[in-house]
Ligand binder design. Sequence first.
Ligand code: ADP
Length: 677
Amino acid sequence: MVDYNSMNEQKRLEALYSYDILDTDTEKDFDDLTALAAAICGTPICLISFVDKDRQWFKSHHGLDARQTDRCHSFCSHAIQYPQQLMQVEDAQNDIRFRDNPLVTGSPDIRFYAGMPLLDKEGYALGSLCVIDQRPKLLNDAQQKALQTIANQVVDKLLLRKNNRNLILANKNLSESNKKLIAAENSLKKAITDLKESKDKIQNILDIVGEGIGITDSAGTIIYTNKRNQEIFQLDEKSMLGLSNLSSEWNNRRSTGESLPADEHPITVALNTGNPVLDYVFLISDQKGNSKYIRMNAMPIKDISGKVNGAIGSFADITESYLLQLKLRESENSLKSAISSANLGTWQMNVQTKELIASNRMKELFDFYPEEPMSFEAAVGQVAESHRQEVMDIITSSISKDKANEFEFPIVGYHDKKLRWVCATVQTYKNPGDLNISYLSGTVADITERKIDEQRRTDFVGMVSHELKNPLTAINLYLQLLSRSINKNNDPLLADKISKIDNQVKRMENLINGFLDVARLGEGKIRLEKSEFNIADLIKVNEEECLNMISSHRLVFEPAESALLKADRNKIEQVVINFINNAVKYSPHNTIINIRCFTKDGYVYITVKDQGMGIAIKDQPFIFDRFYRVENDAVKSKKGFGLGLYICKEIIERHNGQIGFESREGAGSKFWFRLPY
Ligand code: ADP
């Protein structure tokens, strides 16, 4: 028997609440049972009553309107005190426990009461199934038994109902979990699609990057390779996957050529140390056997715990730039050795600060001691005064026109005050992004010997020419006297001889004048006697003379354009004749020589084009140099001193004009000059 102390009452109430029955709607199943019990027991009222903390509540209330009453008036509270037994009250008016009960003294005027406790499986009496009459009576055995059976039915129903409800709840939970499961499945599907999309995107990105990308697992086995990587190694994806960074396919070598030890490979280092390796350069061979210089970065891949479980490598094929760098270094070295074997001084100057860095050889040329500072001003100060302004002008023009220059000038030694001639070159450099020239640099070579040699030759030529000029003047005089007397005697044979002598004397005079010009040029004494004349007239006179004198070649004078020039007519004529004479000298008989004179963009152009031997590229830079003649048998067989073009250049440049030529060896030359008009 259950002991209904407060502790048990608490447990009983918990058991009751677990059925969740209180204050629920009436249910037909229970109502059928109360109707059945009332009919069997022959009572007007039958209740299924549950005893709550302060009340009794009726799940079914056959024959009574009320749905609950206070617990203190409850018959059932008494009934459940003896849970195994049926409690019968024959006449409540005679029962001391109930006679004052308002349910007895008033409506519903209870006289008879029989209550069978409703016991759950744990033995708690949740309430009772009771039959009530307003008349005193007692149930017979059959009725008692029936009431007990029906009470069991009520408990079964209650249990069923509870189970049902639990089932429904479980079902509900199940369907909710199902829904959640479906939602989770959907988000999983979406995540998978997103993942695939982003994987595709990453794959696309990796395929268009310029560098090869490979991913390995923790053993160095390749598990991913992008397209560029496949190009670098000349292997398709299928053949690459599964190989390792140390596979013999790659023929890994150090950049110096010897085989690369396994533990030096960047991927191995990243896998072993967990640290990245950057900008490692080494050699590999692609599948076609081409050696390639690779610059590589390797990055370890770590899991959340920090354990290295793979590596990513990026590969750049730097073969071209690497080889270029090697070549550059080589040519830098050979330049250095060329500079040192040519005994050249070198210099560099910051255009902004005018800071000059001069090599020891340059200091030696300017006669500064190696430890002595040599500023730009000091260097310029040692340039002979006669040439100082010209040197400054050339440097300034190099800076303003971003143009390399080469120039010769005399300098005076800083300590020994000796005069030396130097040839200096100047190159311009810009810092990346700068509009203006940032640096000048160049070389300085000692040309004193050559200059002295040239001077000696020029002096000699000048002296000899002067010496020759006087007898030639005398010969000319005698020739004139002779030709006058011959004219009188009318001797045609002698007249012919005299005219031939006269021609030879004129040739000699021309030669001597040329030598004198050179001597004067060397001394800076050549003088221009300018007058105004039409270039077309000059060409015309020349045309007549040339056509008379030259029969070995076919001279074609195109109609000359008129243009007024203010220039030294004789000297310009000398240039034209020199061009024509050279064309005749250096081209085969009967070939055509074209002479054109035209104007363009404010210049008068004169061109003389031949079909002769032409000039080899190696000789072209020196053609206008003093005493320069091409060294070959064809040229040697022609008389000359290598002075004509030198004089022409001086004459044209002193007129602010330009002179030049286009030529190909064996394919003729075209010499030209232009003068502003
Ligand atoms: P020279 O004719 O007296 O040698 P120049 O100064 O006139 O001297 O010419 C210099 C050199 O240029 C010549 O020796 C010759 O080698 C070359 N040259 C000049 N003109 C021509 C030309 N029309 N065709 C081929 N070579 C030429």
